[in-house]
Design a protein around this ligand. Structure first.
Ligand SMILES: NC(=O)c1ccc[n+]([C@@H]2O[C@H](COP(=O)([O-])OP(=O)(O)OC[C@H]3O[C@@H](n4cnc5c(N)ncnc54)[C@H](OP(=O)(O)O)[C@@H]3O)[C@@H](O)[C@H]2O)c1
Length: 320
């Protein structure tokens, strides 16, 4: 769309001239990496930022001295914890103007959570799916939900016949599938919510050196061309955390996106669709924005979690 911003824009730059006083934002993982910069930028522009944390002491330390921030508890791997956070928030009677589903894990060894779910799909997608649905009553006309996906979505479409990797685990494919799910979530959530004025966006933040890469060895990152053997970032396209936070902050606030939703953004603009054989780390694959696949993933997520804010109320045959 020619937003005027780009890969090197920072979160603070995209917020320049915007007044967020009186607005409430929820930023999952808002105490590390690009989430921390997102929290700082939104709070700096006047928003009240709720940061639900898996590790509360770490969040308190990271956010010490940042005004306008409230820390709560949330483990996206545990639906009971997601429910408890949502119930506390709803009980506070407040509404949410900005929800940034930013927390995530990346390329970890095989881990199972909840009833045996593959952890990257469960934490990155299902936990946020549940959170957004449970917080639906706190949204209103004007609320924006941002789903933090990744160019890593190109590593895998949804594996409909083995979503939980029961037939063998691959850490890259599992991340790819989870990030495709983050992108598809925004497509269907937006379709369901837009008549209420609630809009959703998916974004790729860029490549940024953060604690996200904790499960990779130095050798793997050197081989990928991201860092040298001393740990210095050498990938020319890598962003700083301040730049990495920009696209999600832009999607959450930009007046340029008024009336839009369900799109995948990168470098503070709407991304182009790229063909499956494209080798560049940019753009979005068709399977990550396909409305039918998005609807199918929604149905699967509702079945797995037992949560769907948009489900028709069940009418038993005897009560008809
Ligand atoms: N960095 C990149 O190059 C890059 C590229 C593309 C996409 N992304 C996406 O950007 C997002 C943020 O990444 P980042 O680089 O800022 O990573 P990060 O520094 O590792 O931050 C991730 C955050 O997610 C939280 N989290 C992890 N598991 C959680 C759980 N079970 N419940 C609640 N919170 C949990 C972490 O909390 P703890 O520290 O307590 O575990 C942390 O605060 C992720 O969704 C990632 O996939 C990043």
């Amino acid at each position: 769309m020619g937003s005027g911003f780009g890969a090197r824009s920072t979160a603070r730059e995209v917020l320049e001239g915007l007044e967020l006083r009186g607005k409430l934002a929820i930023v999952t993982g808002g105490y590390s990496g690009i989430g921390l910069e997102t929290t700082r930028a939104l709070a700096g522009a006047g928003a009240h930022v709720v940061v639900p944390a898996r590790r509360r002491p770490a969040a308190e330390e990271a956010l010490a001295g940042v005004d306008g921030v409230e820390i709560d508890e949330l483990d996206l791997a545990d639906l009971a914890s997601v429910r408890a956070f949502a119930e506390r928030f709803l009980a506070s009677g407040r509404s949410v103007e900005i929800m940034i589903n930013n927390a995530g894990i990346f390329a970890c060894p095989e881990m199972r959570v909840g009833p045996g779910w593959e952890a990257q799909f469960a934490i990155n997608h299902l936990g946020h799916y549940a959170l957004a649905n449970l917080l639906w009553p706190a949204t209103h006309d004007g609320t924006r939900v941002v789903s933090v996906s990744s160019a890593g979505h190109r590593r895998s479409a949804i594996r409909w016949d083995d979503v939980m990797f029961d037939r063998g685990y691959d850490k890259w494919q599992a991340y790819g599938q989870a990030k495709t799910a983050n992108a598809l979530f925004a497509v269907h959530f937006d379709a369901l919510a837009k008549d209420s004025g609630v809009r959703a966006f998916a974004i790729h933040p860029g490549g940024i050196r953060t604690p996200l890469q904790r499960h990779l060895t130095t050798e793997e990152m050197v081989a990928a061309g991201w860092i040298d053997e001393q740990g210095n970032v050498i990938a020319p396209g890598f962003k700083t955390p301040e730049q990495g936070a920009a696209t999600q902050v832009w999607a959450a606030t930009s007046p340029q996106l008024e009336g839009m939703g369900g799109v995948y953004c990168e470098d503070c603009d709407i991304a182009e669709m790229v063909p499956a054989d494209d080798t560049a780390v940019r753009g979005v694959r068709q399977y990550a924005i396909d409305p039918e696949l998005a609807s199918r993933l929604w149905t699967l997520s509702a079945e797995l979690t037992g949560i769907d804010a948009f489900a028709e109320p069940f009418v038993s045959p005897s009560s008809e």
